[in-house]
Design a protein around this ligand. Structure first.
Ligand code: SAJ
Length: 408
């Protein structure tokens, strides 16, 4: 591959672009956001991911990575744009459609287009249809099979935020080409930096594999969350219970929390539910169980406030952690943030201990960002994230521990 173009320079696209560029491939990064493009071209990053800044700085300086807002000709195009859902949990492929229409004019015979975005089953075929519609002068795999001018594949990203730069290299990749030749070319592309296996299947199975992985985790977290609610009612320490059950050689229960956050696990299972609503009963219920957990935590806080016999204006509540999971600064789709914002509407004296941020986000204007000593003086201590810095603390007074930091 002489030139690779990555469309969408976000949490997946930018690290992937940087990885190819670090292997001396010429990379054209494309993003609709001018500020993102300018930041990258200065050798800086607009997202937080360990080691990403160092690699981006070096590949921009060496000239291997250049960012732009306008697609340019390349030999391979990797589409890594968001796939959110709409109002009723229906997948929104609008960004994939826009990206397809943006790259179509610069496609040429022999090019490979890979969809990396997590997508509902059928999205790769849909992308191929959009490309074919825009370029009737070229042939595509859905019509021309192995003889097509353009090769198309789905290769879902599967990296864990916080460990992206290692997992991109070491994780196995699922490669779903629209034909065997498409798969072969996509596998050869990823082999430029992937040391894990590039396992070949078809596009629909690759799409479903990614959704299955995140649904598997969601269902298992829902099991832990449901256990935590049951144990609370039965006066059993859920953390001790899970530790005991996990001593069984074939049991491995995950950890309860204040809900499931992030941009993937709380979204992707809906892509299965929306395609097969009658069949995906367990997957839907798991989503509901996890989505209900923040409301359960809020009820616990109300009960604790009642215990203090103080009014909502008098009682002081310390919140420990706002991020969507431990030891990262990412607040997007965070159940902890959702809970904090709800509490801020009701209680006027909120203190937030979140060592990974410098200022509080919208909705928490009246709350105070405090250090551990400032949090320690509160009447109620609400632990929402198991950051290392929070695990070290000693808590006095009423504690609501959603992460098992204090117990055990
Ligand atoms: N969580 C719990 N209890 C647990 C584990 C997680 O409550 O025992 C919560 C976390 O606190 C967080 C949420 O679940 O709020 C999701 O965190 P996570 O660490 O499970 O996953 P993500 O969203 O950071 O990344 C996932 C990964 N998928 C799987 O592990 C199957 C990652 O490999 C995917 O690439 C990523 O989704 C993605 O982009 O799809």
């Amino acid at each position: 591959m002489k030139t690779v173009s990555v469309i969408g320079l976000g949490y997946i696209g930018l690290p992937t672009a940087a990885m190819f560029a670090s292997r001396k491939v010429k990379v054209i990064g494309v993003d609709v956001n001018e500020e993102t493009v300018a930041t990258i071209n200065e050798g800086r990053v607009h997202i937080v991911e360990p080691d990403l800044d160092i690699v981006v700085h070096s590949v921009v300086e060496s000239g291997h990575l250049v960012a732009t807002t306008t697609p340019q000709p390349a030999d391979a195009f990797l589409v890594a744009v968001p796939t959110p859902f709409k109002g009723d949990h229906e997948p929104d492929l609008g960004f994939i459609e826009k990206a397809s229409k943006a790259i179509a004019p610069v496609l040429k015979t022999g090019d490979l287009v890979v969809l990396e975005s997590t997508s509902p089953v059928g999205a790769t075929e849909q992308m191929a249809a959009w490309l074919a519609e825009a370029r009737s002068d070229l042939s595509f795999p859905q019509d021309a099979g192995e003889k097509s001018d353009i090769r198309i594949a789905h290769c879902p990203e599967r990296v864990l935020p916080g460990k992206v730069m290692q997992e991109l290299i070491h994780n196995d990749r699922v490669i779903g080409g629209m034909t065997p030749r498409c798969s072969k070319e996509a596998a050869a592309l990823y082999k430029i930096f992937v040391t894990g296996d590039c396992v070949i299947t078809n596009a629909r199975t690759a799409e479903m594999a990614k959704l299955t992985e995140n649904s598997f985790r969601d269902v298992n977290i829902a099991f832990a969350n449901e256990l935590s609610v049951i144990c609370d009612k039965l006066d059993i320490d859920v953390w001790e219970l899970i530790a005991l059950a996990n001593r069984h050689p074939r049991v491995n229960i995950l950890q309860p929390g204040p809900g499931v956050g992030g941009h993937c696990i709380a979204v992707d299972p809906w892509f299965i539910v929306s395609r097969t609503p009658e069949e995906a009963r367990l997957i839907r219920t798991a989503r509901e169980v996890n989505d209900d957990k923040p409301a359960w935590v809020l009820d616990k806080v109300d009960a604790a406030v009642a215990e203090t016999k103080k009014s909502s204006a008098e009682v002081s509540i310390a919140i420990y952690g706002l991020a969507f999971k431990a030891d990262i600064d990412d607040l997007r789709e965070s159940p902890a943030l959702l809970i904090a914002r709800q509490l801020a509407k009701k209680y006027s004296s909120l203190r937030v201990f979140e060592p990974h941020i410098d200022s509080l986000p919208d909705g928490l204007e009246d709350a105070k960002l405090v250090d551990a000593a400032g949090a320690a003086q509160a009447d109620i201590h609400l632990v929402l994230v198991d950051h290392q810095a929070i695990k070290k603390l000693h808590f006095d007074g009423i504690v609501i521990d959603t992460r098992g930091v204090v117990a055990g």
